[in-house]
Design a protein around this ligand. Structure first.
Ligand SMILES: [Zn+2]
Length: 75
């Protein structure tokens, strides 16, 4: 067990502590990497979602003219 200075406020904390007792900054960085993973996942959903919806809409618009032609032929 050793003392580790907090990267955020410089207060010495136990190396066994997961967060700084003074500012609650994660010492081991584990929650931070977890956060980055979630941010990456959210970015993937936000960036990938519209692309997926866009591709579905292009497929739907490609299918629609055929259906509209069918309805226009029987007025
Ligand atoms: Zn701190």
């Amino acid at each position: 067990m050793s003392l580790v200075p907090c990267k955020e406020c410089g207060v010495l904390n136990s190396s066994e502590a997961e967060i700084c007792l003074s500012c609650e900054f994660p010492i081991k960085g584990r929650p931070k990497t977890n956060g980055f993973r979630w941010i990456a996942l959210l970015l993937l959903v936000f960036l990938g979602g519209p692309v997926l919806i866009g591709s579905v809409q292009t497929i739907m618009t490609n299918l629609r003219p055929q259906a509209e032609k069918g309805t226009q032929q029987n007025p």
